[in-house]
Design a binder for this molecule. Structure first.
Ligand code: FPP
Length: 252
């Protein structure tokens, strides 16, 4: 005699739950130059428009419940751009930090920096340090500025720091490395967004992004607005994160 079916009671349809927002979003803000060229403007105007977009997008992610936002503002490779553009980007960063720190502080944003500070002009280093100091006890979203940041340089710096701390081969674990990265204390990014359409990672958070979800949009950074934020989060909400495992219903 065959046994009765295991699930004879019809299951009620599942009520769709509001998807959890990602805890940590990281953005490769690309397309400032193209945004400017399309409007017959100089590239520098695109970078200015890019800076002007930072507060609105930080506020928007905070409103959606995101706790950490990392922005790739200047890479270790960006030093190779023409001198006048590098000079402009550096002075723009100084302006941005001075102009944006107080309004971000007023919104409870905590500002952090990842990357190397020592190659930046002293005035900019001071401005970044002051902005971190002023906002360090804030309880709102953490805005993590990746400036003179490169993922490979970060791993090299972490290995050097472990050696300097006297770690022996057996002490070198994933946890130990994680604790020596610039991002120590931050959760890994759940979602990495790249604007302006390119499908590459460009040396950004290469250790931390092992299980991140990627979202690429053709929209240029200065045009990436609240609607684009909602679209990216909606796409993320539809992803199934498995971290290399199988879904429970695939294991039987
Ligand atoms: C990409 O545009 C952007 C950068 C090189 C980084 C600069 C980013 C900003 C100025 C915005 C935010 C700044 C701060 C201070 C948080 P691109 O020049 O690569 O554009 P393209 O690919 O269209 O030429």
């Amino acid at each position: 005699m065959s046994s009765p079916p295991q699930h004879s009671v019809e299951q009620s349809p599942r009520i769709p739950e509001e998807p959890e927002p990602p805890k940590h979003v990281a953005i490769i803000m690309d397309g400032n130059g193209r945004w400017a060229s399309e409007r017959g403007m100089h590239r520098s105007e695109g970078h200015r428009a890019g800076v002007n977009n930072v507060r609105r997008i930080t506020t928007s992610f905070a409103d959606h419940g995101v706790k950490y936002l990392t922005l790739f503002a200047f890479s270790t490779e960006n030093w190779e751009r023409p001198d006048d553009e590098v000079g402009f980007l550096i002075s723009l960063m100084g302006e941005a930090v001075r102009q944006e720190t107080q309004p971000l502080h007023d919104q409870g944003v905590r500002i952090r920096h990842i990357g190397r500070l020592d190659r930046l002009p002293d005035g900019l280093q001071d401005a970044i340090r002051e902005s971190m100091e002023l906002t360090k006890d804030n309880k709102g979203i953490t805005l993590n500025l990746a400036y003179d940041y490169g993922g490979r340089a970060e791993i090299i710096d972490a290995v050097r720091a472990m050696v300097a701390d006297g770690l022996r081969p057996d002490d070198i674990t994933e946890d130990a490395l994680q604790r020596h990265l610039y991002t120590a204390g931050l959760p890994d990014p759940d979602l990495i967004i790249r604007t302006a359409g390119e499908m590459r990672i460009s040396n950004f958070l290469i250790w931390q992004s092992a299980y991140a979800e990627y979202y690429v949009t053709d929209v240029h950074w200065p045009d990436f607005d609240e609607r684009q934020v909602a679209k990216a989060l909606e796409a993320y909400g539809g992803r199934q994160r498995r971290y290399g495992r199988l879904d429970p219903d695939e294991t039987s």
